[in-house]
Design a protein around this ligand. Structure first.
Ligand SMILES: Nc1nc2c(c(=O)[nH]1)N[C@H]1C(S)=C(S)[C@@H](COP(=O)(O)O)O[C@H]1N2
Ligand SMILES: [Mo]
Length: 357
């Protein structure tokens, strides 16, 4: 039913739009190639633990089962399109985004994909609310966890029942108005809004509903904060990651090079399930200044911001600090964790401004 893609991924990877962190399976969006609120599919980041599986949709089935449901249910692809559809704009971010910068800041080399700043993207996701997919199976009174499982092999991670039933947790069939691309989970993937990308399991073939807490590699050894200050919890080697903390992105290459004079500096800020409250910017030792937020300002979705700068020739550092509506703010530094996750410190973005022509 599924054969692995020969190149690892299927969509063309254009170096003008995406950067290659070198794993052969993962590609990130160039932060200076974001034209609108949504990330176009030709540059939406890919995070694959195995080659993209090429799935034959006619023989594909989605099975809902486990001791948390009264009777298993099986869907065909057409069955899903016949259910009520809903669309939401939401951002997903890999927990390892900015890992290479984390390594540099903490003087370590973290294993795992050496992401820069582009393992994040925003789409309009269209599909069926996960609760509408699960409910025909009859969710039992003791159901605790819901675990989507991918047909690639490694992709599986449980979430609490309440998160699975949320309005913006979807079984996704389309992204930005187009049927899911193979690399992004065709024929169906999950969207778990505001949580680490790994929760949004691609190529789903089964969803297990369980009365017990489930332990799988993605919540015991991977996607877990491990290190001093992160005590082992249950079966897990540390603290499993769910929600993504507030962080921001400057839409310039790293390092950046600008002409002198009036510039509009643009970027994005994102805060997991929360909403961005404010973004402040500082050039070198200057004052912190408020950036303007461009609507829409929605929870669980990145927000575009901008501010004007009269760039003077020389070497500069631009710092950006985003704050959310739940009291989260980007710290100056983040203590390391073994696997280099959730690096959301304020970054010193290097900018060279040319001499006047
Ligand atoms: N089945 C499966 N689902 C998966 C993955 C995977 O390797 N296999 N990678 C996860 C991770 S770590 C992330 S960050 C997101 C990335 O989604 P994208 O490739 O569509 O951007 O998919 C998640 N879902
Ligand atoms: Mo990820």
């Amino acid at each position: 039913m599924a054969t692995p893609a020969e190149r690892g991924v299927v969509k063309p990877i254009l170096s003008d739009l995406m950067d290659d962190p070198g794993s052969g399976l993962d590609y990130e969006t160039r932060p200076d190639r974001l034209p609108g609120l949504l990330t176009p599919l030709d540059r939406f980041f890919i995070r694959n633990h195995a080659p993209t599986p090429m799935i034959d949709v006619l023989s594909w089935r989605l099975r809902i089962d486990g001791d948390g449901v009264r009777a298993p249910v099986t869907y065909t692809y057409r069955d899903l399109w016949d259910l009520p559809l809903t669309s939401v704009v939401r951002t997903i971010e890999c927990a390892g985004n900015r890992r290479s910068l984390f390594g540099r800041a903490s003087g370590r080399t973290f294993e795992g994909t050496q992401w820069g700043r582009g393992a994040i993207g925003t789409a309009e996701w269209t599909g069926v609310r996960l609760r509408d997919v699960l409910s025909p199976a009859g969710i039992g009174p003791n159901a605790r966890q819901v675990m989507p499982e991918g047909l690639d092999g490694p992709g599986r991670r449980p979430m609490p029942l309440a998160k699975a039933l949320a309005d913006d947790t979807l079984l996704v069939l389309a992204m930005n108005g187009e049927v899911l691309l193979p690399d992004h989970g065709y024929p169906a993937r999950v969207l778990v809004s505001g949580w680490l990308g790994a929760a949004s399991v691609k190529w789903v073939g089964r969803i297990q509903v369980s009365d017990k807490d489930l332990s799988v590699p993605w919540n015991t050894d991977d996607y877990v904060l491990i290190g001093p200050g992160y005590p082992p919890t249950g079966e897990s080697a540390g603290v499993p990651i769910n929600e993504i903390p507030v962080a921001s992105l400057v839409e310039l290459p790293w390092p950046a090079r600008l002409r002198p004079g009036r510039q509009v500096i643009r970027g994005r800020a994102y805060a997991g399930e929360a909403r961005i409250h404010q973004v402040t910017c500082r050039v070198d030792d200057g004052p912190w200044q408020h950036a303007v937020l461009l609507p829409p300002v929605e929870q669980a979705t990145w927000v575009r911001w901008q501010f004007g700068w009269n760039a003077v020739p020389g070497e500069h550092e631009l710092r950006v600090r985003a704050t959310d509506d739940r009291g989260g703010t980007q710290p100056d530094a983040v203590p390391w964790n073994d696997l280099g996750y959730l690096y959301n410190a304020v970054l010193a973005h290097p900018i060279h401004v040319d001499d006047p022509a």
